[in-house]
Design a protein around this ligand. Structure first.
Ligand code: SF4
Ligand code: SF4
Length: 309
């Protein structure tokens, strides 16, 4: 019996939207942390909190058939997100299975729940596997004054301690920073480079992300307006490969969604299977406008916003 899909507000759907074809499945995202997070960031576009269990942790047994399907469909890499993935008690088992049997994996974390035991296991798995493990750490300021009003009191110190521990265990985490400032990016990047040099991370990888104006971010700032939409004209001469939905899908405990950005939209649910979700998708959501402006914002690519020399 199918379950009712989670309901969500804060979005406008537009008719007659241009379609994005999916020609192949290159990457599969897993909402392993559901919408459960130890933090409650004010800009979280899927409003994760410790109490929000609209989407639940995905256990290993639930992930495995999707990994098999993804591999059969030609997926080359795997992303694990939440919520906080490392709050899922089976996250490291899922990661070990993925990099030993399927392909390279990336975990998006706030780096505040990494224990010494988890770090030691992660290091051993990374060293034993032919496939790479990437860790992305979200942090939104190079000082507590810049970060903590958005991510919560004390989160700067905890995330920096987690980042330092990752570096000491042989990882080169990608710091992802949501643009919430008025300064120029150069100044912010310099602040991060200096901060990270101080904890022994000499050549940090940094990625600045635009804010997604959904979920909690609507209350912190504003939501999208009626002009924030994609028209057919806007997709003329635009390579759809720049959009995440062109070559990837998101697996959750409640089926397959088009992308991680639209998790909270029941309209973005595509199928119960990856095979069923291999269909073209209409760019009918306001948040698609952010992708149109900024490209594949969820990829690991840091080349467009690397740290200044
Ligand atoms: S932005 Fe990330 S760390 Fe913050 S509440 Fe959302 S999922 Fe958790
Ligand atoms: S939000 Fe972005 S990735 Fe998701 S369907 Fe829209 S354009 Fe594609």
């Amino acid at each position: 019996m199918s379950m009712p899909l989670p309901q969500f507000s804060h979005e406008t759907l537009y008719d007659d939207a241009p379609m994005v074809p999916i020609k192949q499945l290159d990457a599969v995202w897993f909402q392993v942390g559901g919408t459960i997070c130890n933090l409650r960031c004010h800009h979280c576009f899927i409003s994760c909190t410790p109490e929000n269990d609209k989407f639940k942790f995905m256990p290993l047994e639930m992930c495995k058939p999707y990994l098999d399907d993804a591999k059969a469909l030609g997926a080359k890499e795997y992303y694990f997100t939440g919520g906080e993935p490392f709050a899922n008690p089976e996250m490291i088992d899922i990661l070990e299975l993925t990099v030993s049997q399927y392909g390279p994996a990336t975990v998006l974390t706030n780096a505040t729940v990494l224990t010494e035991e988890k770090l030691a296991r992660l290091k051993n798995i990374a060293q034993a596997s032919e496939h790479k493990i990437e860790i992305r750490v979200s942090l939104d300021g190079y000082t507590p004054e810049m970060n903590d009003p958005i991510r919560g009191e004390g989160t700067f110190d905890r995330a920096i301690a987690g980042t330092k521990a990752l570096v000491q265990h042989g990882f080169q985490p990608i710091l992802t920073i949501t643009r919430t400032w008025d300064d120029c990016d150069e100044k912010v990047l310099e602040g991060f480079v200096s901060l990270l040099a101080g904890i022994g991370y000499a050549k940090p990888r940094l990625k600045i992300l635009p804010s997604i104006k959904l979920g909690a971010e609507v209350d912190r700032t504003t939501g999208y307006t009626e002009t924030d939409r994609i028209t057919h004209d806007m997709m003329q001469n635009r390579d759809p490969a720049q959009l995440l939905c062109h070559n990837s899908r998101l697996v959750t405990d409640q089926g397959v969604w088009v992308c991680p950005i639209l998790l909270d939209s029941p309209h973005a649910h595509m199928s119960d299977s990856l095979q069923g979700a291999m269909q073209d998708y209409p760019l009918r959501h306001s948040a698609c406008y952010t992708c149109w402006l900024h490209g594949a914002i969820c990829s690991n690519d840091t080349t467009s916003c690397t740290a200044p020399k």
